[in-house]
Design a protein around this ligand. Structure first.
Ligand code: SAM
Ligand code: SF4
Length: 334
């Protein structure tokens, strides 16, 4: 095997998140504006290019691959790509293939995902109220997503719900959501909202709700035990005493995990971001398209990893303009 990818701070890069499209069938207010201009098709990596990109990373030691977007399951023929990754699971090179989805297409694709070797998926769901769901996603419909979650569980997929915490929006559903997840045997993680750039203010639904506050509310009802598991990412987990339910908290821009950060992100146009909290990125599409052999791509990947910052704590203030991060989450793939 080729030398593994080790960054300047001795972290082995083993987790790759790939955005396969910037498009989506929803328009969540904290993620997109109502009128998005999407990229022309030629800017996107083709499915074959995505395969080459991911396979190169896997050859260099990536063990876990998460497919995201935009909405990954609206990309045409995306199942071809999932099926092409199965060979890496079969060979043992890849230990996990996962996807983060809004759930709208799961009824159609859950069994195909399972057949391709996917065992766990994340589904984003911020409310169990139909009217509120339509409001927050603008174009989404709750029953379709709930049917998707049913289909995923029926297909044998382990489902984790990701809920963005929004004061004045889903605060009143804290226990409804946690109890619903517990009763359905769904894992649950809350995400702190990041103020994203230029979404327009017309749809400001809900505000920043700190997970510290959210946790306090949970603790008013049951005691929580911190779990030691470290994912190399921004999630922290607790166990609810009594029910045994596990709940996660993701604070995307906290930096208490930087030292163990083993992940990098690829956008749908083939840019690599080695840190979610920093703007620095490099182009991998050029090297990928420059030659049919993978040597140039591999060199470009190594060069990018050599620039992976230690963390984003020192640069945090530089990323913000009036409290906003200038990139959309759908661009770097959440
Ligand atoms: N469309 C898929 C979905 O919604 O799960 C995958 C892409 S989406 C960008 C990935 C995750 O990012 C979702 O869980 C979404 O809630 C989260 N997200 C989007 N914008 C966010 C923001 N401004 N702050 C925090 N999380 C955000
Ligand atoms: Fe689409 Fe996911 Fe962004 Fe919502 S959060 S608009 S579902 S990409």
């Amino acid at each position: 095997m080729n030398d593994p990818l080790i960054d300047p701070f001795a972290r082995a890069i083993q987790y790759l998140r790939v955005s396969v499209t910037d498009r989506c069938d929803f328009r969540c207010v904290y993620c997109m504006s109502e009128n998005m201009t999407f990229l022309p098709k030629k800017e996107l990596l083709t499915l074959e290019e995505l395969d080459r990109m991911c396979s190169t990373f896997i050859r260099l030691g990536v063990r876990k691959l998460r497919i995201t977007g935009g909405e990954p399951l609206v990309r045409r023929d995306i199942m071809t790509f999932f099926r092409s990754m199965t060979r890496h699971l079969d060979s043992g090179a890849l230990s996990e293939l996962t996807v983060t989805t809004n759930g709208s297409q799961l009824e159609k694709y859950a069994s195909d995902l399972y057949a391709a070797g996917v065992r766990r998926i994340n589904v984003s769901l911020d409310t169990l109220d139909e009217a509120k769901f339509a409001k927050i996603t603008r174009w989404g419909r709750l029953p379709q997503v709930l049917r998707g979650i049913d289909a995923a569980q029926a297909a044998g997929l382990r489902v984790k719900i990701n809920t963005v915490a929004l004061q004045g929006f889903n605060e009143d559903e804290l226990f409804t959501l946690t109890d619903w997840c517990a009763s359905r045997d769904l894992d649950l993680t809350f995400i702190e909202v990041m103020p994203m750039g230029d979404l327009g203010n017309e749809d400001r639904i809900g505000q920043y709700w700190s997970l510290k506050e959210l946790r306090k509310r949970l603790e008013e009802r049951s005691s929580l035990t911190d779990l030691p598991e470290k994912t190399g990412g921004p999630a922290r987990y607790v166990r609810v005493q009594g029910t045994g339910q596990k709940i996660g908290f993701i604070t995307p821009l906290s930096h208490n995990f930087c030292e163990s950060c083993n992940r990098v992100r690829i956008t749908c146009t083939g840019e690599i971001y080695t840190c979610l909290g920093q703007e620095g990125h490099s182009d991998l599409r050029g090297p990928l398209r420059a030659s049919e052999a993978d040597a140039e791509l591999e060199d470009a990947i190594r060069a990018a990893i050599a620039l992976k910052p230690k963390g984003h704590d020192f640069d945090y203030s530089r990323q913000q303009v009036d409290g906003q991060v200038s990139r959309h989450m759908s661009h770097t793939g959440g």
